[in-house]
Write a protein that binds this ligand. Structure first.
Ligand code: PEP
Ligand code: MN
Length: 340
């Protein structure tokens, strides 16, 4: 059970609530997620919520599962907003992040970044270090790619998202990136997650390709519990028996996560489909299902891409799709407004 305190609660009021908790023989732990302050209760028997709800400074009392407590929707029912450069993701307009799988060179990246900006993206992506299944595949340019990303940010004014594949490179990545991506293969790297929770940057956390939603939420909890309230969850396709698609985009994860958590939920139709001509259909499905944003791979010359070329959209294809996605998101918002 969580006692959620009012915004601007006075220290004396918090102390009084903690005293009331102790008087009942319960334990209360003070927690903060962004602007939200709460007290997690443990012990038995738990009293009726009204016992706490009538105390000054208390907003409400909510039942929260302990293992996913900081990610719980009960904490921020309206959904949280995660900063992405000068913009925000979550609880608002659809957020579109796009760019190549990997940063491959300055000229090509800056040219593509300009086209993506013209197509109305909210942020750029591009791997500097790539977590490749084969050790013989292109592993990323490393530090020079970070320099290119920061020049792209300077040229476009857009935020940049790039992956930290290990603890050793995380601080360097955090120096350059506006948001740190933790990839599917690293979702269960708990020491990396803890460090990302202390890196001072928001985190884009991709679902492990064989992870349940509960495991994804608990991975987010590692970041949140280090005091970093900025986490975006991304459904990027899971392994199933299907062979017609690189992975299976779990569209049902979108509404399920939106019910369970206040964190913004994105989809990545590129890695899910693995095939350019199907990326649009999956992206439209995810947006229709109510996701807060999409991450899409784009390359000006996919045939020469050093990684994930077959799934990369051409800039023109992407621009068309971005327009469609914004139109679908608008209808989804209108439907939600009529329903509420
Ligand atoms: C990527 O975003 O390029 C990537 C490697 O994604 P994932 O971790 O989902 O495979
Ligand atoms: Mn990729």
């Amino acid at each position: 059970m969580f006692i959620i305190l009012k915004k601007g609660v006075l220290p004396g009021e918090t102390q009084a609530v903690l005293r009331a908790v102790a008087d009942l023989g319960l334990r209360g732990e003070s927690l903060t997620v962004g602007e939200i302050q709460a007290i997690a209760l443990t012990g038995e028997p738990l009293p009726e919520p009204v016992v706490f709800e009538r105390l000054p400074g208390v907003d409400r009392v909510a039942a929260v599962r302990d293992s996913t407590r900081l990610a719980s929707r009960a904490l921020v029912p309206e959904g949280s907003r995660v900063p992405l450069g000068t913009r925000f993701a979550g609880a608002g307009d659809l957020c579109i992040i796009a760019g190549p799988c990997a940063v491959e060179g300055e000229e090509a990246y800056l040219e593509l970044a300009g086209k993506l900006k013209a197509a109305g993206v909210d942020a750029l992506r591009g791997g500097a270090w790539k977590p490749r299944t084969s050790p013989y595949s292109f592993q990323g340019l490393g530090r020079p790619a970070l320099e290119i990303l920061s020049r792209a940010r300077a040229a476009t004014g857009l935020a940049v998202v790039t992956e930290a594949v290990d603890e050793a490179s995380l601080d360097l990545v955090a120096d350059y990136a506006d948001m740190i991506q933790i990839g599917s293969r690293s979702m269960a790297n708990y020491s990396l997650l803890r460090k990302a929770g202390r890196c001072g940057r928001p985190v884009f956390l991709k679902r492990g390709m064989a992870a349940t939603l509960e495991e994804l939420l608990q991975a987010a909890e590692y970041v949140l519990s280090e005091g970093n309230p900025g986490v975006i969850l991304c459904e990027r396709g899971i392994r199933t028996f299907s062979q017609h698609s690189r992975f299976t985009l779990d569209v049902a994860a979108v509404p399920a996560l939106k019910e369970a958590t206040h964190l913004p939920v994105f989809i990545d139709p590129s890695h899910a489909s693995g095939v350019r001509r199907r990326v649009g259909a999956l992206a439209r499905a995810g947006v229709a299902a109510g996701c807060d944003g999409v991450m899409i791979e784009v390359h000006a010359n996919p045939a020469s891409a050093l990684s994930d070329g077959p799934q990369a959209l051409l800039p023109d294809e992407f621009a068309r799709l971005a327009g469609e996605l914004r139109a679908i998101a608008k209808i989804v918002r209108q439907v939600a407004e009529v329903a509420s």
